[in-house]
Write a protein that binds this ligand. Structure first.
Ligand code: AMP
Length: 306
């Protein structure tokens, strides 16, 4: 695996690969790599000839008072994990390399999809994410890029941007990788102290309880939200911020599960903000919410529960 800190170095390495017709796969990350990131890299390894991953803690997507300066950074450990997961080229640009003119005036405006769910709690977040991903797509020029369902709204934002702006990249979604107790693996889990870590799985378990309620016939957002709230009422350390239903494609808010919906939630646990989601599906028989099938060519992973 080669590490590149400049776009010039990365572009020079990729140009002959592209000329030879080799398919380039891309996994953008913010580092502090874990099993969730590794699952995307391994899927990219299977689905492409050349695998590029990036590590960039993007200042544009952090709001004032958020954790930009203390976001975990460990390039040595990240390099080992990426190499083991089959990455060929690791792109680790500085802020100066990504934004040589300083904070860019031109941003991607994502519209209504960025004003619900996470967008309500983190104004400007999705514009920052879309802007950096657009820049990275131009630099890497991948054939396919892999994103996690863990950040389901982000995945929907990226798919929308690719469709709206005719970007020549196919977006592949991968299942959420979880700890054995259900907690979605996240770089921010490193912030959790002992009691918070013990309480945190309650968020995922509340979402699973809601999925079971849908399997048993619940169909409205109000019913689903009540199940989540009741589950978390017993765990005061987990302070729910929202639990809402969204359309799986557009991320428009939904009052009913319908054929399928994403139940996305955020909670604050001991000063750390955690997000999670599950896909709810109602079959014609009115039962079954086992998540949408994996994208073609994407292997399933241990501990993956959508
Ligand atoms: P991040 O470094 O948090 O910006 O995440 C980089 C990519 O990894 C995004 O596409 C995330 O959705 C994905 N990701 C993060 N956590 C997980 C997880 N637990 N399972 C699967 N994908 C994940």
């Amino acid at each position: 695996m080669r590490t590149h800190t400049t776009r010039q170095s990365l572009e020079a390495a990729l140009a002959p690969e592209r000329r030879a017709g080799r398919r380039i796969g891309f996994v953008p990350t913010m580092g502090a790599l874990h099993d969730g990131h590794a699952s995307l890299m391994r899927a990219a390894r299977v689905g492409s000839d050349v695998v590029v991953a990036s590590i960039f803690v993007n200042p544009l997507q952090f709001g004032p008072g958020e954790d930009f300066s203390r976001y975990p950074r460990d390039l040595a450990a990240d390099t080992r994990l990426a190499a083991r997961a089959g990455v060929d080229h690791l792109f680790v640009p500085s802020a100066q390399e990504m934004y040589p003119a300083g904070v860019p005036s031109t941003r991607v405006e994502v519209g209504p999809i960025g004003q619900v769910g996470e967008g309500c709690w983190r104004p400007g977040f999705f514009s920052g994410v879309a802007t950096v991903c657009l820049k990275l797509f131009h630099i890497v020029a991948p054939d396919r890029a892999w994103f996690g369902h863990k950040d389901a709204q982000q995945l929907a934002v990226i798919r929308q941007m690719v469709a709206d702006l005719d970007l020549p990249v196919a977006i592949v979604g991968c299942p959420t990788v979880r700890e054995p107790d259900g907690l979605a693996v996240s770089s921010r889990n490193a912030y959790l102290d002992g009691p918070s870590r013990r309480a945190a799985p309650a968020l995922a378990q509340a979402l699973f309880a809601a999925r079971e309620a849908v399997d048993a016939g619940a169909s409205s957002a109000a019913e689903v939200r009540r199940v989540v709230q009741e589950h978390l009422a017993a765990v005061p350390e987990v302070r729910l911020q929202y639990a809402d239903l969204f359309d799986p494609d557009t991320f428009a808010c939904r009052d009913e599960v319908g054929a399928a919906a994403i139940l996305a939630a955020a909670a604050e646990v001991g000063g750390t903000r955690l997000i999670d989601n599950v896909t709810l599906e109602r079959t014609l028989a009115g039962v079954g919410s086992r998540g949408h099938p994996p994208d073609p060519g994407v292997p399933e992973y241990r501990f993956s529960t959508r």
